[in-house]
Design a protein around this ligand. Sequence first.
Ligand SMILES: CC(C)(COP(=O)(O)OP(=O)(O)OC[C@H]1O[C@@H](n2cnc3c(N)ncnc32)[C@H](O)[C@@H]1OP(=O)(O)O)[C@@H](O)C(=O)NCCC(=O)NCCS
Length: 210
Amino acid sequence: MSRNRPPFPCSNGAQRPPGHPPQWPYNKAMPPIVRFVRRLEARPAEWQHPAAHVRTYLGEQDIEPWLAIRNAAFAFLGGRPWTAADFRREFLAQPWWPAATLWFAEVGGDAPTHTSCNPDAPGRSRGLPVGTLLLAPAERPAGCAILRWLAVHPAWQRQGIARLLVRQAEMAAWDTGWHKIVAETHARWQAAVAMYTACGYTCHPAHSAL
Ligand SMILES: CC(C)(COP(=O)(O)OP(=O)(O)OC[C@H]1O[C@@H](n2cnc3c(N)ncnc32)[C@H](O)[C@@H]1OP(=O)(O)O)[C@@H](O)C(=O)NCCC(=O)NCCS
């Protein structure tokens, strides 16, 4: 691939990509958006992380941890940190808000069991949330899901946290009947591009048909 050309045609630089923060200077030239796609042929095998486990969003008490991860992971964008109001607008106010598929990767604490995913239940200890990912249905076509808001706190990057979250999302997608998974990112966000590639996703132009 030429170093001087973006890998794919650039989308409209003034358009905010889904799942990305409104403070981006959208009136300025933006890196090209690329779409990563993976078609699942079978249910992905569960993948155990040596130090982390995944749990779902539990309610209001998870807004601050989500913000801490988001603001640290996306600090490279500049702009103001997000607040609880941003979280409510981005997630809770949406008709499609899927609390069950907003995950946190936690280190320490007790992993969820088949009877409880609530780390605040008596006798269980709470871990430290270090990464997050949302899985949502795509508007179309049917059977397609979107990965959104993947972020890992910089102190925990390159330790397999994103890989763990993506695998969790893939298993849930398969169980829901979504066998194609899509994620959009910027071609210049090298960690995201490398991570999706490492997880078996193939890169396509942002506006290609799904
Ligand atoms: C992209 C991001 C989520 C990756 O999280 P992570 O937990 O560090 O990723 P993992 O440790 O699971 O990496 C899995 C594989 O992806 C690749 N990878 C991840 N980050 C990489 C980097 N910075 N450089 C090169 N390869 C990388 C590697 O192949 C890695 O496997 P390896 O460490 O065994 O070589 C994280 O860097 C992040 O939060 N970035 C800022 C926010 C962002 O860009 N989110 C995605 C928006 S779509």
